[in-house]
Structures are given as structure tokens and as C-alpha cells.
Design a protein around this ligand. Structure first.
Ligand code: TRP
Length: 470
């Protein structure tokens, strides 16, 4: 038995106080992997990856996203887990504990607070659409290969202000309720077990999509890159998606790292999570794009893409109704794992910093999110003409969080680990009971964190914001 007494339950002196609080740890190494996947896999795979691939020109966007995961995503994920496990605290306190000097590195955690909030503002709306589609799928009327029919079904939902807000509120009540009653651990156990089921269903849908007449154009779109389509904004969107997908750049993964066992191999975990998460996104792409081309949908439809096109695949399947209901239920369940991890950030902060009870903090966060989130929910109806920097509230939240907040957070995490924390601390943090595994790989990671990832992020960010001219 290699599990030591520090593994299952981690006892930690809560900062400054004399009492000791018990920090729950994950009990198995597989559990760690699945929990991290539970936060990573969500609407990012099923909704955001396909729509960005569609607007970003297909294969070339996928290549940018994959390179971003390898050169930026995995290094940042490893950094966050390493910081969390050595500090064993929430994101802000972890940064405080590991930073040796007076520089306020904990501000990375504060930036994460804002990012989490704005991500939730639109994420809850999309999750609301998913919920609404569970019921739409029952009624069969939207299972059609005619884009007019599926577009009409989607529009009747999003252009209706009452419905849009109501579904968002229902989603928030579910997620808030889970957090309020402190059952998120139990829920996470369920959500992560269902992710393999979602992957299997995606394989089934992908096979159906691939065997539609005319599907090959979709495959070509997905896998034959046209490098002339690279623009500053596709680069930025690809990097932003890598951050969003892996739940990095805002401290969520620092918190997860704080629960890791001391014998967990952090770099291996990061690589496995990144590859599994990427595979699920690709599967969603293969489920959707062949149908897009087979039935003449617009690949660049934007955030509505999956809702417009996936009903057409189910319309072409025996028992399509039932499969579609299951598909949206599983997607919603996957989104819960991600939402719980997102909302946990503001809730734990309000709870610990302002000394409000957990229930009250949750109620406060959910209520504020209903207010801010309704700006996103109403972006296709009452507020369709209210634009900031040319974007509706929904698009503004969606764009700025992935493409500005998260990369900025990731940039500072790289600078901190690469230049302040340094090689010695980083290596020590990745050591398992006195032994450093895969030393060569860890050295490569440190090189990336120090010289490559932050430079790439900064260049892509500035370029995307038009600093180098158009
Ligand atoms: N990764 C999740 C998804 O793809 C979204 C998410 C959950 C997230 N927690 C996060 C994104 C923290 C950024 C930061 O759906």
C-alpha cells in the first residue's frame, strides 16, 4: 500500500487561526483524473468547440487549438496543479502562500473571480438552452433535416425574453441548489461517471453523421486545413478555447490541485486530461460537421450551430427522439460539473473573505448571476440592439472571458512559475514522495512555462487586440 496518512484527508492549519480544518482529498488517483475531467468537459466540447471551428474555418482552427493545448494549455494546467498541491488552499490563498515577495500575485485569483462570474453569465444561458432542448426533443417537432424548421425552433426560444430568462434561472437554481446543500461532491461523482456515456453516445451520433450522403465535405472541412484562413482573431480564439476547455487561467485548477494526493503524477494527469478532453471535443465536431454539409447548414452560424444542426442528425436516426433526449440530458449533466467548478470560485471567496455562511454566499452569487446573466439571456431579444464594442452582452461575456481574462491569467501564472517561483520549487512541487518521475518531460515543461507559453500568449493576445495593426 503506498497511500500514506496525508493522502485521503489532508490536515492543514487554516491560515492565522489556531484551529485545524480537515481538507478533503481525492481518495484515488483515477478519482483525481475524473474530477479534473469533470470540470474540463462541458459545453466547451459540445457547444463552443464546434461553433468556433465553424467560424474559424475548420481544420486550420482545430490545428491552432491543438497546438495551443500542447504548448500553452498543458504547461499552464501543470503549473496550476503544482501551485495548488504545494499550497493546499483556495486560489487566492495559494498564490499568497507560494509567493515569496510583496508582489500581489494573489491578484491572479482576484482576476479569476471576475472571469468565473462573467463566464457563468453566458454559460448558464447556454445550459438553459440545453435544458429547454431536452423538452423540445420530447415533442419531436424539431427533429428535422430542414434548416428552416430547426432555425425556427431555436429562434422561438432565444428571441422570447421570458423563456430565455426562465431557463437560465432554472439552470441556476439547480446548480445553486447543488452547491447550497453541499452535495456537490456527490453530484461530481455522478457527473464524472456519466462523461464516458456522453462519449459513447457521441461516437454513435458521429457514425450516423459520417454515413449521411454528402458527409465527406464535412470531413474535409474538419481535417483538410486551408492555411490562408489564419487570421489574428482565429489565432486568439484558438488559444482562448484551449484555456476555456481546460478550465485554466483563473485558478479553478489551483483549487483542484490543492486536493491532489501527494503520489499523484501531475504532468501525466495533465496530459491525460488534455487528450481525453480534446477527443471529446473532436467527437462532437465529427458528430456535427458532416451533417452540416450533408443538409446544407451554415458552418459559421456561431453560438447557435449545435442547436440548429444536431436535431437533423437525430432526425436521420431510428429512435432519434429518444437519443436526442438522452444527448441533451448528458450534455446538461456534463455542464453541471463545469458549472459547479466555476461557481465554487466566487462562492468560496465570499464565504471565506466576507465571513458569510456558505448558504448565504451561494444565494448571493446565484442572485447576482441572475441579474448579470439576464443581460446575456436577453441578448437575442430585448437587448439585441445594445452593443458594447460592437458586441451584444452575450458575445461580450463569451469573447472577453476566453480571449482576454483567461489568457491574461495564464500569462501571469507562467511568469510567476517560470521567473519567480523558479525551477527548484516547481520541480519540488512535482515530486512524489521524494521522487521526480519523467524528469526530461518536466524539464521541457519548465522550459515552455518560462520561455514559450507566456511569449505565445502575449503575442497572440496583443495581435488579436489589433496592437500590431490589422
Ligand atoms: N471547461 C469547461 C467547459 O469546457 C468550462 C469551465 C469550467 C471553465 N470551469 C472553468 C472555463 C474554469 C474556464 C475556467 O465547458
Amino acid at each position: 500500500m503506498e497511500a500514506s496518512s496525508t493522502d485521503g484527508k489532508l490536515v492543514e492549519a487554516s491560515s492565522g487561526k489556531t484551529n485545524f480544518k480537515v481538507r478533503d482529498g481525492f481518495s484515488t488517483r483515477l478519482g483525481v483524473l475524473l474530477a479534473t475531467l469533470g470540470s474540463a468537459v462541458g459545453l466547451g466540447n459540445i457547444w463552443k468547440f464546434p461553433y468556433l471551428t465553424g467560424t474559424g474555418g475548420g481544420a486550420v482552427f482545430i490545428i491552432i487549438y491543438m497546438i495551443s493545448v500542447l504548448l500553452i494549455g498543458i504547461p499552464v494546467l501543470v503549473s496550476e496543479h503544482a501551485i495548488g498541491r504545494s499550497a493546499r488552499a483556495n486560489a487566492i490563498d495559494s498564490m499568497r502562500k507560494v509567493s515569496p515577495n510583496k508582489v500581489p500575485w494573489w491578484l491572479i485569483g482576484a482576476l479569476g473571480f471576475l472571469a468565473a462570474f462573467f463566464i457563468m453569465a453566458f454559460y448558464t444561458e447556454v445550459a438553459g438552452w440545453v435544458l429547454a432542448y431536452v423538452f423540445k426533443a420530447f415533442s419531436a417537432s424539431i427533429l428535422s433535416t430542414d434548416s428552416n424548421v430547426t432555425t425556427e425552433a431555436f429562434n422561438s426560444l432565444v428571441t422570447n425574453p421570458g423563456l430565455s430568462v426562465a431557463w437560465q434561472v432554472i439552470d441556476l437554481l439547480i446548480v445553486g441548489g447543488i452547491l447550497m446543500f453541499g452535495v456537490s461532491k456527490g453530484i461530481e461523482r455522478v457527473t464524472k461517471r456519466l462523461i464516458p456515456l456522453l462519449a459513447i453516445l457521441l461516437v454513435v451520433v458521429a457514425i450516423r453523421s459520417l454515413t449521411l450522403p454528402g458527409a465527406s465535405a464535412g470531413l474535409e472541412f474538419l481535417f483538410k486545413p486551408d492555411f490562408s484562413k489564419i487570421t489574428a482573431s482565429t489565432l486568439l480564439a484558438g488559444v482562448g478555447l484551449a484555456f476555456f476547455k481546460l478550465s485554466i487561467g483563473m485558478g479553478t485548477m489551483i483549487t483542484y490541485g490543492s486536493y491532489f494526493r501527494s503520489d499523484q503524477n501531475i504532468p501525466t494527469t495533465a496530459v491525460r486530461v488534455a487528450l481525453a478532453d480534446m477527443s471529446i471535443a473532436l467527437l462532437a465536431g465529427i458528430a456535427i460537421f458532416p451533417a452540416v454539409f450533408a443538409y446544407g447548414f451554415q458552418p459559421n452560424a456561431g453560438p447557435s450551430l449545435v442547436f440548429l444542426t444536431i436535431p437533423s442528425v437525430f432526425a436521420s436516426m431510428p429512435a432519434g427522439n429518444i437519443f436526442m433526449v438522452i444527448f441533451f440530458i448528458l450534455t446538461f449533466i456534463a455542464s453541471i460539473g463545469a458549472q459547479v467548478s466555476l461557481l465554487e470560485v466566487p462562492i468560496s471567496l465570499v464565504n471565506e473573505k466576507f465571513n458569510l455562511s456558505r448558504k448565504l454566499s451561494t444565494a448571493l452569487a446565484s442572485f447576482t448571476l441572475i441579474l448579470v446573466g439576464s443581460l446575456a439571456a436577453l441578448s437575442n431579444s430585448l437587448l439585441a440592439n445594445v452593443k458594447i464594442f460592437g458586441l451584444t452582452f452575450f458575445d461580450l461575456f463569451d469573447f472577453t472571458t476566453s480571449n482576454i481574462f483567461l489568457p491574461l491569467g495564464g500569462f501571469f501564472i507562467c511568469i510567476f512559475v517560470g521567473w519567480v517561483w523558479g525551477k527548484k520549487n516547481f520541480f519540488a512541487a512535482l515530486t512524489n514522495n521524494g521522487e521526480l518521475h519523467n524528469e526530461k518531460f518536466v524539464s521541457v515543461l519548465f522550459f515552455l512555462i518560462r520561455f514559450v507559453s507566456p511569449v505565445l500568449v502575449l503575442l497572440v493576445l496583443l495581435n488579436g487586440l489589433g496592437v500590431f495593426g490589422k
